[in-house]
Ligand binder design. Structure first.
Ligand code: 5GP
Ligand code: ZN
Length: 121
């Protein structure tokens, strides 16, 4: 897919409105339009990558940064077991359509605010 057609690239550029949670030079985070938990945030790199399967050597630091941002957002929301051992949150990266990926711009789901079960569906 061309970047010009990518819905998350359009959200990052502000061409499609979103409820922003966090932004810096490398990352944008916003509320999912169809939440599957009381809190459902998407954390995306500003750089267009279809998924984890397109990551290159030079993207290692970017992915580490995304997970650090996830940690910070979860703490701001009070979900962190580092703050309260009874709390928790789930980070999910669907990779490919068989795994449930529907938007082909890499994103980390941050889910919180309810009990989670395992295995996922
Ligand atoms: P995936 O299934 O690819 O892992 O996750 C894509 C997510 O993007 C879904 O949870 C879906 O609800 C969300 N989504 C799709 N289109 C939009 C949109 O236009 N705005 C927002 N905020 N979320 C979207
Ligand atoms: Zn994109």
């Amino acid at each position: 897919m061309r970047m010009a057609d990518c819905i998350f690239c359009k959200i990052i550029k502000g061409e499609i409105p979103s409820q922003k949670v966090y932004e810096d030079d490398k990352v944008y985070a916003f509320h999912d339009i169809n939440p599957v938990a009381p809190t459902h945030i998407l954390i995306v790199p500003k750089k267009h990558l279809a998924g984890v399967y397109e990551l290159e050597e030079g993207d290692r630091e970017l992915m580490g940064h995304i997970f650090y941002v996830a940690r910070k957002i979860a703490e701001d929301l009070g979900f962190s077991p580092a703050q309260d051992p009874t709390r928790g949150y789930r980070l999910v990266v669907n990779s490919g359509s068989q795994a449930g990926q529907t938007v082909f711009h890499l994103h980390v789901h941050l889910l919180g605010g309810r009990e989670m079960t395992w295995p996922p569906g």
